[in-house]
Design a binder for this molecule. Structure first.
Ligand SMILES: Cc1cc2nc3c(=O)[nH]c(=O)nc-3n(C[C@H](O)[C@H](O)[C@H](O)COP(=O)(O)OP(=O)(O)OC[C@H]3O[C@@H](n4cnc5c(N)ncnc54)[C@H](O)[C@@H]3O)c2cc1C
Length: 492
């Protein structure tokens, strides 16, 4: 066994790259072992291709709708293989900076292959045994496949194979109305495919603020996506030219058909075949169990990213990978998930940070303050003819000031144009625990979409009217402020 390495990282996805690069920056001898291509799920089968496809679909949507701007573009047609080629171009461009040469140049030794633990400090890779003082497990996740009668006998796609399509489906069945299912459902509907989305949960986007979920459901339905919510998928069967799915919901049993079936029902952590349980690492239902320092139950072994089942996002994987590497070398950084935004890249996007209204009310009672602003009140949204959506901010109360105005931000939720960018104003404010009024005081350039952030926060300070427990409807009934002239939110 060679004992050459200070740290071995298993898995070359976002978490693994982040851990390995951090260790290299700390001047440690670091080995990265990856079975799949460097960049992992995000680059090859996840964030990157899905967003590239969403963008292509959005161009098609805008082109077909150009008359609204007085522009005539003639017939708009989709060259599906060309769209897919562009998606793969984008993957190549991004993967270029995550390749072996870049990592080796940064001081990381890269070994391709599958790693299996021999003991906490020894890994088997092919015929070699490699030693490292500490290990970070970053083996990620794969599509979770539900057990549905007949699914084994029909061809179906997941995010790992959908981007290999060369022929555009005429009808697509999407199982799962989560972020992955919705982004792809909308992309395909916009490219001209008929799309049915089936989900067992009755609530649409149950993790999102209910008001935001309602707005988005309306938008997606208006584009032609057919939702079957609260619907149990009973069985699937191969039929001429595709797949037939039998579902059961409150209205009874019925069949839906598609020439392709996409399964997007969640993720399963990659914990099998690693030998981690044999060395005593505790694995829970969600994945490898870690404490706030990303330590597993075995000394010297850490885990980061999707395999921990924390929050399945690239930015969380990167954060955890960095932290795990620091902690492996004696730092004591506790991970904080207090301010973790996420975005569903439908069009318009859905952006989320902090508590939803029901969560905030459960945690803080009626003292919470809430303001909403429809995008029809944001001039930029009107100018760009994209006025659908809503911004919502939830803050603590300010008991010392008799609940006048809003306190610190507990959560913010946006469905609307640029939501994934706008949310970061709230992210920064929450990160530094700023009083919400700061966002209203900060002068925003007119007519940017960001003025909407200033406007919605200003609504918490409608002079003399805000009282604890004031309802959103009261605020909505106050006049809509279009220009960035918020009432004075108090002394700085
Ligand atoms: C369609 C889709 C869209 C997404 N869009 C977004 C988005 O827009 N924004 C966002 O934040 N997140 C998004 N995600 C989630 C994001 O992709 C994941 O959170 C992220 O990739 C997790 O990174 P990771 O490093 O934990 O794991 P992975 O990227 O899965 O990497 C794990 C790596 O470990 C390797 N490996 C596994 N076992 C072994 C072993 N025994 N030995 C050696 N190597 C091994 C695998 O081959 C793989 O390369 C999306 C996911 C999907 C599926």
């Amino acid at each position: 066994v060679s004992d050459a390495f200070d740290l071995a990282v298993i898995g070359g996805g976002t978490a693994g790259l982040s851990a390995a690069q951090t260790a290299a920056r700390l001047q440690r001898r670091v080995l990265l072992i990856s079975e799949g291509p460097l960049g992992g799920e995000c680059t090859w089968n996840g964030c990157v291709p899905s967003k590239a496809l969403v963008e292509a679909a959005s161009v098609r949507h805008t082109a077909a709708d150009a008359e609204r701007f007085g522009i005539r573009v003639g017939d708009v047609s989709v060259d599906f293989p060309a769209v897919m080629d562009r998606v793969h171009d984008v993957i190549d461009q991004i993967a270029r900076y995550e390749d072996e040469a870049h990592l080796e140049a940064a001081g990381v030794t890269v070994r391709r292959g599958r790693a299996v633990f021999v003991d906490a400090h020894t890994l088997q890779v092919g015929d070699d045994r490699l030693g490292a003082e500490r290990v970070v497990v970053c083996t990620g996740s794969r599509p979770g496949i539900p057990s549905i009668d007949g699914l084994d006998n029909v061809p179906f796609r997941t995010n790992e194979t959908i981007f290999e399509l060369r022929e555009q489906p005429q009808r697509l069945l999407v199982l799962g109305a989560g972020a992955v299912g919705l982004e792809l459902a909308q992309a395909f509907v916009r490219l001209g495919t008929e799309v049915d989305v089936i989900d067992a949960a009755a609530a649409f986007l149950p993790r999102e603020d209910p008001e935001i979920a309602t707005v988005m459901r309306d938008i997606l339905e208006s584009e032609g996506i057919r939702f079957h919510l609260g619907a149990q998928a009973l069985r699937v069967a191969r039929v001429d030219g595709g797949v037939q799915l039998t579902l059961s919901d409150a209205a009874g049993e019925r069949e839906v058909r598609g020439d392709q079936l996409l399964v997007a029902t969640g993720r399963t952590p990659n914990v099998e075949g690693l030998g981690i349980e044999a060395i005593g690492v505790r694995v829970g239902d969600m994945g490898i169990a870690v404490d706030t320092h990303l330590r597993t139950s075995v000394r010297g072994v850490f885990a980061a990213g999707d395999v921990t089942g924390t929050l399945p996002f690239t930015h969380v994987a990167a954060y955890q990978g960095r932290l795990a590497a620091h902690n492996a070398f004696g730092r004591q950084h506790a991970a904080s998930y207090r301010v973790i935004p996420w975005v569903i890249f439908t069009d318009p996007e859905i952006a989320h940070v902090g508590l939803t209204e029901p969560e905030a009310r459960r945690a803080h009672g009626d003292s919470v303050r809430i303001a909403t602003l429809p995008f029809t009140a944001v001039d930029r949204a009107v100018i760009t003819r994209r006025p659908r959506g809503l911004i919502k901010v939830i803050t603590s109360g300010r008991p010392l000031l008799g609940h006048a105005g809003g306190g610190t931000i507990l959560g913010a939720h946006i469905a609307g144009p640029g939501a994934g960018e706008l949310i970061h104003e709230f992210v920064i404010a929450m990160q530094v625990r700023a009083f919400s009024g700061r966002l209203a005081q900060a002068i925003h350039a007119y007519p940017s979409m960001s003025v909407g952030v200033q406007q919605v926060v200003a609504r918490l300070f409608v002079a003399g009217r805000a009282t604890a427990g004031e309802t959103r409807e009261d605020l909505l009934s106050s006049s809509v402020r279009r220009r960035p002239t918020p009432p004075d939110p108090g002394p700085p």
